[in-house]
Design a protein around this ligand. Structure first.
Ligand code: ATP
Ligand code: MG
Length: 300
């Protein structure tokens, strides 16, 4: 497949999962088991092929992004534990030039982080022009885990007067404004919620507990967070409703089948890059003369 065709296919296949207007979004409308037309039997070869073709197209687009050095792309990944964030990031980015890509993981905030506004630690990690930046978790935790566990809000050192009923609404607004600001500065934002079911998460946790090579991936905190599953789903749904925009869409990606998740993420990233006017910088007259002179010297 030519890159042009890949781009067209990418746009079509990623579309059902893209949310640009949240008003009518309902999480229950996205089935974590969905795999579109890829049937289970043929998935291995078809998905592998799609991913390989996608990764190649992605590499080509990234090369232009880097050479042009004007736009930047910020990819945000949010999900419940074991939904496959790490694997999706690893596979999708496998073909791209590491020089043009930065990945940051945001865990519980440090004392220094808490001494600042909540966007601070993320702002420091925004991608340079020409680069793809990946946030493994992000400032969205501030309307997710912090909402589900209000004790985190208490730790945030905010003036108590500023913690009112409308705090979540204010955060959605501030985040959307921030993302619009980024867009207007040439940093385009794409956000992924990997949507795994509670049942599938249980299976993956059991897998991590039973396989010695995966034990390191499991923490007992992961299991206790399951008790808050419904609260998290509510928080995710509202977050998507309130922060899905044209300039920073959410992709709600079915995540019960890892191979499918990876294909959708790759296609969405291709679509994002293809939406930019990427091109290799044009060489001007004086540069051409310079090149001709260098060639002459090398050949003499
Ligand atoms: P993995 O488990 O795959 O290694 P992870 O992203 O879950 O990756 P962990 O170290 O397990 O990494 O967890 C990070 C934890 O930090 C998550 O539980 C997340 O909710 C929490 N966290 C992230 N940002 C914040 C925040 N702003 N306030 C409070 N907790 C946060
Ligand atoms: Mg974890």
């Amino acid at each position: 497949m030519k890159t042009k065709e890949v781009i067209k296919t990418a746009r079509e296949l990623a579309k059902p999962f893209r949310v640009t207007k949240g008003k009518n979004f309902r999480l229950k409308d996205i089935d974590p088991d969905d795999t579109l037309d890829f049937t289970k039997e043929e998935h291995k070869s078809t998905a592998k092929e799609a991913l390989a073709t996608g990764v190649m197209a992605l590499a080509e687009l990234q090369d232009k992004l880097y050479a042009q050095d004007k736009w930047a792309v910020l990819l945000i990944f949010q999900a419940m534990d074991a939904a496959g964030k790490d694997g999706a990031i690893k596979h999708v980015m496998s073909g791209i030039n590491p020089q043009g890509c930065q990945v940051y993981s945001f865990k519980s905030p440090s004392a220094e982080d808490l001494d600042h506004d909540y966007l601070w630690r993320c702002m420091k990690c925004l991608p340079n022009r020409g680069h793809i930046g990946i946030f493994n978790r992000s400032y969205y935790e501030e309307v997710l885990v912090v909402r589900v566990h209000p004790e985190f809000l208490a730790k945030a050192k905010l003036p108590p007067k500023l913690i009112g009923k409308s705090i979540w609404q204010e955060r959605y607004e501030d985040i959307s404004n921030f993302e619009q600001y980024l867009g207007r500065n040439g940093i385009i934002v794409r956000k992924f919620f990997l949507h795994v079911s509670k049942k599938e998460q249980k299976q993956r946790f059991l897998g991590r507990i039973e396989d010695p090579l995966k034990n390191w991936k499991f923490s007992s905190n992961d299991a206790s967070e399951r008790d808050y599953w419904d609260d998290y789903m509510k928080a995710y749904e509202e977050m998507i409703q309130e922060t899905a925009t044209k300039y920073a869409p959410w992709y709600v990606v079915p995540a019960n089948n890892k191979w499918f998740t990876r294909v959708v993420v790759a296609l969405a990233v291709i679509d994002a890059l293809a939406s930019l006017d990427l091109a290799y910088p044009k060489v001007d007259e004086s540069k051409l003369k310079e090149l001709a002179a260098a060639k002459k010297k090398l050949l003499s």
